[in-house]
Write a protein that binds this ligand. Sequence first.
Ligand code: NAI
Length: 460
Amino acid sequence: MSIYDLIVIGGGPGGYVAAIRAAQLGMKVACVEGRGSLGGTCLNVGCIPSKALLTSSAKYAELAHLSSHGIAVEGARIDLSSMMGRKDKIVGDLTKGIAFLFKKNGVDLVEGWASIPSDGQVKVGDDVYEAKNILIATGSEPTPLNGIEIDEQDILSSTGAIALDAVPEHLVVVGAGVIGLELGQVWSRLGAKVTVVEYLDRILPGIDGEIAKLAQRALSKRGLKFQLGRALKTIDKTNVGLTLTLDRVGKDKEEVIEADKVLIAVGRRPVSRGLGLEDLGIALDPRGFIQVDTSFRTSVPGIYAIGDCVPGPMLAHKAEEDGVACVEMLAGEAGHVDYNTVPGVVYSDPEVASVGLTEEALKEAGTEYSVGKFAFMANSRARSTGETDGAVKVLADPNGKILGAHICGAHGGDLIAELVLAMTKGATVGEVASTCHAHPAMGEAVKEACLDAMGRAIHA
Ligand code: NAI
């Protein structure tokens, strides 16, 4: 058997993109994937199916608001199995698309679960493949909560929560993070009562506090119930459903709530076990993340790691950037990722999008900064579409250089791209504000927030 230049372990967005890029750079590449289809968590049970359901559920929810446009809709009903079928078809088509890209680029797909018996070797089943370099892109999995068993029937992870065959009456979501809010909103829109239980006294930890508050207000208006400052302690199955016992954080008090389904969304942990990394002497941190240097090198020469299984934001697009930079460096090129400008988007309604530092982080670091804000309520496009919740917030240094940008609002995930580009290119709020923005457009709120950072907003 010939020796590969690179074997990538994991066919998710980090791994498959790295494999294709490496092949483009002239390497002989194989990618090992055990799940039976390419695309990883993101494509199979994460980003893509959840966005398909977010879109379908948003269309249904919109029907209730069409009367204000003078449109009467009667007899609308949900056919959940068709909705799920549409989602599954989107996922199936996209995963097949990656298999096609592998063929086109000459990447060998090896199906099965890999381990690394020694450096330079990857074992899949009984076969051992030789490689000059190995790239670990094994991703992440849901973090379990002590003593709570996920059965994917009643007690769900995100995987079960995108595959229910009926709309639950009462879904309790544990964790007001990205997954909890996105999937909580899917089922709320489809008719479930949804209660989000969160340990902290706020939602969306890590997101700028002011923007998270705007998001909480808007999501509450759309029907989500929040129970903050509560930790899930136990779930008991009864013959009528589930009984959850919650601890009131810092209050020495318990509460009980009933549900028919519970989604546990309390974070994800790296997949780094079962690969033989400990035997190879590859350093992991206490949470299981693979330790790498700025060139993605693990502590063992010739073995690299990227994406969710290394420290940093657990985001598909960050994993892709890691993968491309890593193999470009392997090919002797200058691969680079700017971790200060990795955007994050929550695809709730309204969307929550952010890049760079939060106001809390700037305060903590004692950095001097100015704030510019613009509410969508004052944006004429938002008024005409009825998407007036939320605001754009930019944070700039005394020279106007943008340090962070945060949006709660419709299309926030698209609007943030302008500010990501501005930050990547070191642009100032003045430069963004002096850029011509179409009217009427949601993007004018970005321009106005930048003007506001200089004390010059026109419409506020
Ligand atoms: P998360 O880290 O975003 O949020 C978990 C939440 O659970 C936190 O607010 C935490 O305080 C809370 N929590 C922890 N233990 C708890 C307990 N015992 N009781 C009540 N609350 C508790 O994690 P999530 O939502 O599971 O997402 C995991 C990862 O997946 C994230 O890193 C995220 O970036 C990624 N992801 C990204 C998406 C996107 O980019 N749109 C979509 C979905 C996931």
